[in-house]
Design a protein around this ligand. Structure first.
Ligand SMILES: Nc1ncnc2c1ncn2[C@@H]1O[C@H](COP(=O)(O)OP(=O)(O)O)[C@@H](O)[C@H]1O
Ligand SMILES: N[C@@H](CCC(=O)OP(=O)(O)O)C(=O)O
Length: 367
């Protein structure tokens, strides 16, 4: 871990640190995080903050504690968000900016690029971006659902060197330390595999979302982009002094030695498929030597997608092969795949170009 190499860092702060008693925001734990941000910036490191806590911060404004439905949670988020932003803003003597996002924004390539450009413009002008999910407008289909995964998507979009997830525990343990006295902390994780995923349970606090499961998912997203990822305890000020000394105070997930290319990473970890192409079971999945998918190999076109949308390629037996950018709409693909005259279909495709281009294919490793 070499802090002097960090140019850009994303720090994610969990709800328990923002509103520990659900009586509005408290700056109690945020002070040491704010000091850490100030020190990093003084050392020339650009910082992006992903802050949870709008629901936890706003809940005290609503007397209803039983039957908290989705509409009420959204109202808490709307009210808590301003309180949370005001609390952060008071802690800094430089400007802050609020960015509220949904998965619908991040999975759209144009909007994703626009978000990235905005983050860079803010950073280049000394403004601290503070990001949260736009809870009031999300639907099941549109939301990321937890800020751990959101912070990893943000870290990838901002091309960060490190992602620091500040939580209410010291890091990843081999089992939940809140329910197992014999749980052991893992200081370092080099490979995120099913064994690591099996360790991560859900949240046990009243305010957290996702627990360790979503933090491990976030670490997988970030490390595959080449980003050093840490889960640390945000309750203790020593955490941040240790980080500034270049030491790891929690769990360090090592980045991939060979990170994915940027657009392949986005397709794999951020974009969600708008439809799917089902291909023959004997389809060669290596995509080598300029080999191209032809309409002859398409068994079925599912869903409705436009040119440029991300689609899933899967075999007839259900095996997920790859995510790719479609150069054809679902209508056009159905049309050529349904042609009985295969020569016409072949010629049509030769003239129109490849259905998917090699540079826009993200092969899914876990098949
Ligand atoms: N293997 C594990 N190691 C550490 N914490 C775990 C583990 N499994 C589940 N957890 C739970 O994850 C919680 C942290 O996640 P969460 O409550 O979502 O916090 P945050 O608000 O910081 O995102 C811990 O308090 C703990 O209860
Ligand atoms: N967007 C939500 C936070 C969701 C979330 O992931 O919370 P946490 O597990 O505390 O990071 C909010 O602001 O309340």
């Amino acid at each position: 871990m070499d802090l002097s190499q960090w140019k850009r860092v994303v720090i994610k702060v969990g709800s328990a640190l923002i509103a520990p008693h659900r009586k509005g925001c408290s700056s109690h734990y945020l002070l040491s995080i704010a000091q850490f941000i100030v020190r990093l910036r003084a050392n020339g490191v650009q910082v992006v903050l992903v802050s949870s806590g709008s629901v936890a911060a706003g809940s005290h404004l609503f007397p209803e504690t039983e039957n908290v439905n989705i509409a009420l949670k959204k109202a808490m988020a709307a009210a808590g968000q301003t309180e949370m932003m005001a609390t952060w803003d008071r802690l800094f003597d430089f400007p802050t900016a609020q960015i509220l996002l949904t998965h619908g924004d991040l999975r759209d390539r144009e909007r994703y690029v626009s978000i990235r450009d905005t983050i860079f413009s803010l950073l280049d002008n000394g403004v601290l971006p503070i990001i949260n999910e736009n809870d009031t407008v999300t639907t099941d289909d549109l939301k990321v659902g937890d800020n751990d995964n959101l912070s990893a998507m943000v870290a990838a979009s901002a091309d960060a060197d490190a992602l620091i997830i500040c939580s209410d525990v010291d890091g990843l343990y081999d089992k939940n330390p809140n329910t197992h006295d014999d749980a052991v902390l893992l200081p370092e994780v080099t490979t995120i595999d099913s064994r690591i995923f099996a360790m991560g349970g859900g949240a046990t606090s009243a305010v957290g979302t996702g627990g360790m499961k979503t933090k491990i998912e976030a670490a997988e997203k970030a490390t595959s982009h080449g980003i050093d990822t840490f889960i640390v305890n945000g309750f203790t000020a020593t955490t941040f002094n240790t980080l500034l000394e270049g030491k790891n105070p929690g769990t360090h997930f090592r980045p991939y030695a060979k990170p994915m290319q940027e657009h392949v990473h986005w397709m794999t970890h951020t974009a969600s498929e708008q439809g799917e192409l089902v291909v023959d079971n004997d389809f060669d999945t290596t995509f080598v030597d300029g080999q191209q998918l032809t309409s002859d190999e398409i068994v079925e076109v599912n869903g409705s997608f436009a040119v440029g949308d991300t689609i899933l390629l899967r075999k007839d037996d259900g095996t997920r092969i790859a995510k790719a950018r479609s150069n054809y709409s679902s209508c056009l693909l159905s049309f050529i795949a349904d042609q009985e005259d295969r020569e016409f279909a072949g010629e049509f495709q030769n003239k129109t170009g490849p259905i998917i281009s090699k540079k826009n294919i993200a092969v899914l490793e876990k098949q």
